[in-house]
Structures are given as structure tokens and as C-alpha cells.
Ligand binder design. Sequence first.
Ligand code: 13P
Ligand code: SF4
Length: 305
Amino acid sequence: MLEPIDKAALAATILRLKKERNAVILAHNYQPGDVQDVADFVGDSLELSRTAAAAPQDVIVFCGVHFMAETAAILAPEKTVLIPDPRAGCPMADMITPDEVINWKAQYPGRKVACYVNTSAAVKAECDICATSANAVQVVNSLEGKEVLFAPDRNLAAWTATQTGKIIIPWDGYCYVHNNILARDVREKKKAHPEAKVWAHPECRPEVIAMADKVLSTGGMVREARTTDAAEIIIATEATMVYRLEKENPGKKFYPAHELALCTNMRKTTPSKVAAALEQMIHRVVVPPEIAARARVAIERMIRL
Ligand code: 13P
Ligand code: SF4
């Protein structure tokens, strides 16, 4: 049983296992701080997909949620992708099934379908192109036709529609973490910190986005934090985001719009589970080749943009 006695010992174990297995550890920006600290690369969904595809190692330990690890497995089919806790799913990704996409497309013949990266590989396989919060505007603008289907996040769809000349027909899905951040939470934080700017993730409700000075992916927040003149920022996204922002920008203050905006699934990963996955080479993410081949078309179209 792998239970080293302290944080430093656990970090040393992970480092040894990483070398033995020729592995790289990737972590999403919402991962708990102690997981980010043992990762080789921390980023948003798009950055992690690109890093997985380019990684020279044989093994990728993907600290995030299942659809992200699936995307890595699709883009790097020759590598072994491990997810430290296989129960780490995304409830929003589960809000649409492949059959639902097929039926939906039949109702809107001739329309292109963009799917958020927060979908299963089987759903991606039924869509024309994939999108992330960092590139949804560019992706939708690239599609032919005035009307476009977008699944599953209705909030990201609504915000993207305001940034493009397209009419977006949304699927009625949402992220419970972002949807639970209310305009009154932002108002209260503004009252407590009147000088603070507001940055919101596009998965937030339209009324929260309307209060934001900037709408950014998690990677966009990391980059913006490095260059902004603002000394205080209210962050309307998963509250763990503040960990990386504070760590990298000690002179600036970041306040979560809601301290309880926490993604239960992202928090399932721990350094001990990372070590266990590497030691036992368990929890491999495998996408059936026929689904992977079709999903890869949608993902690669996005990456080419
Ligand atoms: P980003 O692509 O902005 O990192 O968002 C991923 C996600 O799951 C947000 O809830
Ligand atoms: Fe899914 Fe929301 Fe968690 Fe992101 S924060 S992984 S969209 S449940």
C-alpha cells in the first residue's frame, strides 16, 4: 500500500515513479493545489490537449476529469493515458448522449454541430468540430451557415452567440459549479472589494457574464493575471482557480465569486492516487478505435484552427 508519511516523501515517490515509467503528469487548473504541485504541466482544456498530443513520454497521468483524459487518449493513441481516479467524470458532459446528438441533427438538417470539449468521445464522434472555452468564438465563426448547433453548455452557447454573427441553437446543458454562481454573489463580492475587477468563465450564467470586465477560459485567466494592472480581481469560476493565480501573482489579490463553487469531480484526484496509478499502472483510459477515429476528426479540426 502506497502511503508515504509526508508530502515531501510522496512527491519524491511520484518523481521516482515518473522516471521509471517515462511518464508526464498533466493537471487542469481546477485540480487541488497539492496535485498541481506534483504536475509537470498545469493548464486549461485546450492547452492540456495540445500538451498531451506533443508529449514525448510513454505515459500520461491526466489529473482532471474523464473527458479530458479521453481527449488525450484520442490525440496520443500510442501512449498510455492513466486517470488517477476513474470516478472523476463531468456531469455536464453526461447531459448529452450520442443518440441525442443524432436525433437533434435530424431536427435541424444542414446545420453544422459544434460540441464543447466537455463531452464524451462518443458524442464528439457525432459532431463536426470540437470547441473549448478558449476558442468557441473562433470555432463557431469558422462554420458554414448562419445557424449552428452547440452542445452541451447553454451558457457558453449564449455567450459565444453574442461574440459571433451566428444564430446558435443550444443544447440545454450546464455546469452545476458555474451555474450556481449567482449575480448576487458577484454583487456581494463587489461590495466587499469595490476596486476589484470581475473575470468570469463563459460557463457562467448570462447575468454573471454581464457583470464581468473580462470573459476568459481558465488559461486566459492565468495569462491575463500576469499582465493586468488590476490589483484585485473577483474570479467567477471554480474556486480552486484562485490557488494558481495567487501562487503565480503574489502581489495581486484574487477572490472567488463563491468559495463553495467547487467541482467535486476535480477534487477526487490526490497525490496518493497519482502515485498509485503510476506504481500499479492502473485506471487506463481507452477509447474504442472506431469512436476515437471519428472523434479525432472533430478535435483535430479545432486544433488546426
Ligand atoms: P477550461 O477549458 O477553461 O479550462 O474549462 C474547462 C472546464 O471544465 C470548465 O468547467
Ligand atoms: Fe464539468 Fe463543471 Fe467540473 Fe468543469 S467544473 S469539469 S464543466 S462539472
